[in-house]
Design a protein around this ligand. Sequence first.
Ligand code: TYD
Length: 376
Amino acid sequence: MADKRAKHEHPVWLITGAAGFIGANLVRLLLERDIAHVVALDNMAYPAVPENVRALRGHPGFTLVEGDLRCSETLYSLFRSARPDAVINLAAQSHVDRSIEAADGFVETNVLGTQRLLDASRRELEQHSADRRHRFRFLQVSTDEVFGSLDDGEPPFTVGSPYRPNSPYAASKAGADHLVYAARHTHGLATLICHCTNNYGPRQHPEKLIPLAICNALAGRPIPLYGDGRQRRDWLAVEDHCEGLVAALERGVPDGASGGRYVFGSGRDRSNLEVLELLCTLLDTRRPEGAPHARLITPVSDRPGHDRRYAVDPTATSHELEWRPTTVFSEGLARTVDWYLDNPGWIEAALDGERSNWISRHYAEFDMAGRERVKS
Ligand code: TYD
């Protein structure tokens, strides 16, 4: 790969997990706004959806490297040729249900992958001037799930909240965050960590609540609601999250007031049942022949260790980064529904092979007519 710096005045941003949900949305934003030259790294295996970056191939501001985050040689040669000014680590396995079933892949990608990326960043920077080392940023995209679960009425999480991860997924992300701190403290790498709430929007893997509900509703299949459906999540439009990531890279200060840590959320949490009911209402107006779609909402037995509530207080982050979410949930959800309705080919590609096998296997465990997990 040629040195992009010679051809572009823009900074070079290396985005791992670029064919995933948040990665693909971030790449689009950067290219549309002409903010940075994007070097995208993805191994194109689950949970990536190759379709997410297919149309971007050939774009002059975009270079796609198919490779594994855990392979040091791949990373070293990528850093030598691309010479990134910033790394945004979005490569992660993120589905809690899968992490409950098998956590190994989460440890390998989320923990080991992050360490390999930190090592490659450090090794590359050692060969550069103090000024370039000073300007370089390593942005770790984390989650509010590292803080554990809130009870109703408890104040939302801030960057000062203690780490209390509950699921194997959250624990793997917490482990990765600690390695990022260690790289800063021990080696002086200029790191930033962003904790976002649940994202929604186009291109999200159909195993997650909102796209799963849309796909099932369109097919007339049950929409599984875990437990009592009163668990609460703060849903952030992926576009707002991506704006936040850009703001963090442009205005975040590793040793600033918040220690280079930021929380992104919409500022309001809702129950899963409330989200599904709104979603079904939106589908009713668009697909009246299937109405009322809410009849498909089916309570099933709960996820083991299911976190009750996630919420963050983004006030300090909004102030420090001059960022605020602008999407009204009902409008963002309507746009999301429309995107999935308009892109049946994407859904088919995303559910290709093993990607759909897991979903069928997982939900086959439930007796969809009742609340019990079917015992084998
Ligand atoms: P999910 O999208 O898996 O995100 P997370 O677990 O990281 O918050 O799930 C969002 C919420 O929806 C969570 O409380 C679990 C619940 N849920 C269901 O009720 N049914 C489902 O089929 C899925 C996938 C999730």
